[in-house]
Design a binder for this molecule. Structure first.
Ligand code: 3NM
Length: 215
């Protein structure tokens, strides 16, 4: 048995190729792992299923090398095909109970939540972790109203399962998110769109742990 549980994750990075400016998916994501990302999600809303599958195989190989869990956004079939560690589902995706029935008890299933009622429902229904956001307005999920750090504070008080703050989080505001009670954060643009991806991850980890990140 491993000393570390996936539940100990601190820095969750989601892919966002629109922010890469010419760099390859595998290069950018390897930089996040070198900088200490300890959970990775493949999220590719604009690609065909075949393209997502190809990326998923690539990221499976990469994350295996770093012993980091790979989560697939939305697509259970892709997660099963590449033996990902789990899936992340939004409020309008396949219901948690159906996903659990298909994937089984060992799969990590994460649920996006935007209100405390959704958070408590997901916890009761057996989610393994929840996303809490968007804390700040973000172009990555445009059109969704920011829940602010008030929601982070509420989740910190009431939710027992692992949860991760997400949405518009940057090195400039992560301190405020941590002060609201978050011990895990997730980001796309602030990380994969940054010039020095590994260094950015190390700075996030330092903020979260008070220590230097891995690598
Ligand atoms: N989910 P960035 S916010 C993918 O609140 C996603 O459920 C959110 O990207 C939620 O770090 C979000 O660039 C976008 O803001 C995160």
């Amino acid at each position: 048995m491993s000393l570390h549980s996936w539940k100990d994750f601190r820095l969750y990075v989601i892919t966002g190729e629109n922010y890469h400016t010419g760099r390859s998916l595998v290069d950018v994501m390897e930089q996040t792992l070198l900088g200490g990302a300890d959970m990775v999600q493949l999220r590719a809303k604009d690609l065909s299923k075949r393209e997502v599958l190809a990326q998923a195989y690539t990221l499976r190989k990469l994350t295996d090398r770093y012993n980091v869990p790979l989560i697939i956004n939305d697509y259970l079939d892709v997660a099963l095909a590449v033996q990902a560690d789990g899936v992340h589902l939004g409020q309008d995706d396949l219901p948690l109970k159906e996903a659990r029935r298909i994937l089984g008890p060992a799969a990590i299933i994460g649920i996006s939540t935007h209100h405390i009622d959704q958070a408590l429902d997901a916890e009761r229904d057996g989610a393994d972790y929840i996303g809490v956001g968007p804390v700040y307005p973000t172009g990555t999920k445009a059109g969704r109203k920011a829940v602010t750090t008030d929601y982070v504070r509420e989740v910190a008080k009431q939710v027992k399962i692992p949860w991760v703050a997400i949405g518009g989080i940057t090195l400039g505001n992560v301190g405020e998110v941590i002060a609201a009670g978050a011990s895990r954060v997730c980001a796309v643009s602030a990380i994969v769109g940054s010039e020095h991806v590994a260094e950015t991850c190390r700075s996030f980890r330092t903020a979260l742990t008070g220590q230097q990140g891995a690598g």
